[in-house]
Structures are given as structure tokens and as C-alpha cells.
Write a protein that binds this ligand. Structure first.
Ligand SMILES: *Cc1c(COP(=O)(O)O)cnc(C)c1O
Length: 350
């Protein structure tokens, strides 16, 4: 038996493609003479590769960074392999062979990875050097290794650890990157992520690699005026209910009504990335009205007070306020977490 397509879910993510393209163009412009690439790892930070990559490609972006080899297939539906860079690099001979077959560019992070890549046949690659984040990347002491000299390096890059803060580490990393660059034969240099773009063109070199800010994140105040919100979650009301003074709401009865109230139960919960940290702090919106969350966030639901929206009905859609800098301040999660946690049950446009 063939079953019909399921009806659309009661959760949706509106994606403002104009804002996305505008954010990329703004970051490209702020990069000065450098070109902006795009970090599209983790399904384009939760926004969806199929929504994001064609927009960025059409805006003029020609370098797309992902973390895992498992993400390559999704990218190749939209852009040619030489524009795809895999940040984790080849961790196994299979990874290196896959890069060779597909033509996708590995980012080499260690001597071990350099050896795997050369053993697989080598070819164009990028090299990540560590200038102080001490996470992923070749230690500076190893850039003179003969294996590195054998690599065909397109972009030499490094990654900033604290670019979203006014930390002296930024200038230290910049100075070390400048010192290392002449020791490696590479066609291009790249240092800045989104926050690094906000630090100014000293940090831009030939290519920048914004991620968060493309999707509406504001990691530094310099970007606040320019960057626009891209992801707009909405959730449907699945039940309306009236309660009386003394009635409690939700698990562990964390809210008790002190008067008669009209409540709405909404199809949005922590399984969708709307975590418990929003309990008692969040509000959804209907028209111009704020509908405060009551009690704990459940796995699939939240309950809101809809006193301010007397016309609200079952089936109506509520906006989930998701301006990333503001939402991060309110709930305590990082802007990155807020985006990448948005769950699989959201209907993302296609
Ligand atoms: C994720 C990532 C980026 C993008 O960082 P944002 O802070 O999201 O702009 C850039 N470069 C590397 C190496 C990354 O891992």
C-alpha cells in the first residue's frame, strides 16, 4: 500500500532569502579587497543547505566550508566540488580517497593528514595552521616540515579564538599568522570568521569565512547595523483552554494561575530546539501581542498566556521571537546554539 504524503507540520521556519543574500554582500563588502566565503557546516547552521547555498552562490560566493565529509553530498547538489572545503580534513584513508574521487578540497590540519592526502595522490588542498586556538590546525613549529612543502596549497588559513571579544589574543593571532604566511607556499590567505570581519580589514587578507553573521548572528557590535535576521520560526496553536485561579500549568506545576486565564498550547518544545532555558523567560507573538510562556517547556509543547490576543484560535500561527542577539541575551544560550539546535520537525521551505 502507498501512503499519502503527510500533511505539513505545525512548525515552520520562514527564511528571509533577501536578508541572507544581503548579509553575504555586506560581509563581502566589509571584507575590503578580500572575498567572503561562507561557512555552511551543520546544515548551514540549521537553516538548511538547500535553502542557503543556492542563495549564496547566486549572490557571488565561491567558497563553501563544511566540517564533515558526510556533508559533501548536500553541497554538491548546488556547487562544483572545487568550491567545497572540508574543515575537519582527511581523518582516514577513506576520507582522502573520497576527496580525490569527488574533487572536493580537504583542509589539512596535521602532518598525519598531510601524509594521508599525499598517499592518496594529493592535489589542491587548503592548510589550517593553529595560531592559538589550540583546537584544530598544524602547530606553527611544524610548518617547515617537508611534508607541508609537498602540498599544493590553495588557501592558508587560521582561525580566531576570541574575535567576538576585545581580547589581546586577536592581535597576537594576527601577528603570528603574518609571521607564518611567508613560510608556506599558498595562493591565498584567510583568517577571519564573522567576528573577524567585524575586527576590520587588517584581518581579512584574501578571503573571509563568515558563518554566524550570514544567518543573522551579531558577534560584534560593529555588525549590528548591517546584519539582518534570516531565520523566523513559527509554531501553531494546537489547543486553547480556559483555567481558573488556582489551576496549575504543565510538568511540576511550575505556574499557578491567580485569576481566570485563556491559555494556548503551542506545537514547539525542547525537541525542536526551544530549550527549557526559555521557561519563564520566553514569549511568543501574535500580531502585535506578546504571549508569555507559562510553566516549563515540554518536549513538544509550550503553554502561553493569550490574554493579550483575544482573537487567537486553534490552528493560528504564532511567531517565535528569534532575533539572535536579543534571544541569546534572554535565554542564555549562544547565538550559534540558538540557530543550530532548531530541530528537524520544522518545515523549512524548499
Ligand atoms: C565555523 C567556522 C567559521 C565560521 O565562524 P563564524 O563564527 O560562524 O563566522 C570560520 N572558520 C572556521 C575554521 C570555522 O570552523
Amino acid at each position: 500500500m502507498r501512503f499519502p504524503e503527510p500533511p505539513p507540520p505545525s512548525l515552520r521556519l520562514r527564511i528571509d532569502r533577501e536578508a541572507l543574500a544581503g548579509n553575504w554582500r555586506a560581509l563581502d563588502r566589509l571584507s575590503g579587497t578580500a572575498r567572503a566565503g561562507a561557512a555552511v557546516k551543520a546544515n548551514a547552521y540549521g537553516v538548511g543547505v538547500d535553502n542557503v547555498v543556492p542563495v549564496l552562490r547566486d549572490a557571488g560566493c565561491t567558497a563553501f566550508f563544511i566540517a564533515h565529509w558526510s556533508e559533501v553530498g548536500d553541497l554538491l547538489a548546488h556547487v562544483p566540488p572545487e568550491q567545497v572545503r572540508v574543515l575537519h580534513g582527511p581523518v582516514s584513508a577513506e576520507d582522502a580517497a573520497y576527496a580525490r574521487v569527488t574533487g572536493v578540497r580537504p583542509v589539512i590540519n596535521s602532518l598525519h593528514q598531510a601524509r594521508l592526502w599525499l598517499d592518496a595522490g594529493g592535489g589542491a588542498c587548503d592548510l589550517m595552521v593553529d595560531t592559538g586556538i589550540n583546537r584544530l590546525g598544524l602547530p606553527p613549529a611544524q610548518v617547515g616540515n617537508p611534508l607541508i612543502a609537498r602540498l599544493e596549497i590553495e588557501t592558508l588559513m587560521s582561525h580566531l579564538a576570541s574575535a567576538d571579544e576585545d581580547s589581546p589574543q586577536n592581535a597576537r593571532q594576527l601577528a603570528l599568522f603574518r609571521q607564518l604566511a611567508p613560510q608556506v607556499s599558498a595562493r591565498r590567505l584567510s583568517l577571519a570568521n564573522s567576528a573577524g570581519v567585524g575586527l576590520g580589514t587588517d584581518y581579512a587578507f584574501d578571503m573571509t569565512r563568515p558563518g554566524l553573521a550570514l544567518y543573522g548572528g551579531v558577534p560584534r557590535p560593529e555588525l549590528a547595523e548591517t546584519i539582518r535576521q534570516v531565520a523566523h520560526p513559527q509554531a501553531a496553536v494546537i489547543q486553547m483552554r480556559d483555567v481558573s485561579a488556582g489551576d496549575s500549568v504543565g510538568y511540576n506545576a511550575r505556574f499557578t494561575a491567580d485569576r481566570s486565564m485563556r491559555l494556548a498550547t503551542v506545537s514547539l518544545g525542547y525537541a525542536d530546539g526551544y530549550l527549557r532555558c526559555w521557561s519563564g523567560r520566553g514569549a511568543l507573538r501574535f500580531g502585535g501581542a506578546d504571549l508569555p510562556l507559562l510553566g516549563l517547556v515540554s518536549m513538544d509543547m509550550v503553554v502561553v498566556d493569550c490574554s493579550a490576543a483575544p482573537g487567537l484560535r486553534e490552528g493560528d500561527w504564532l511567531d517565535v521571537p528569534y532575533s539572535l542577539p536579543e534571544a541569546a541575551r534572554r535565554c542564555g544560550l549562544s547565538q550559534y546554539e540558538l540557530l543550530t539546535m532548531l530541530g528537524r520537525r520544522f518545515r523549512r521551505p524548499d
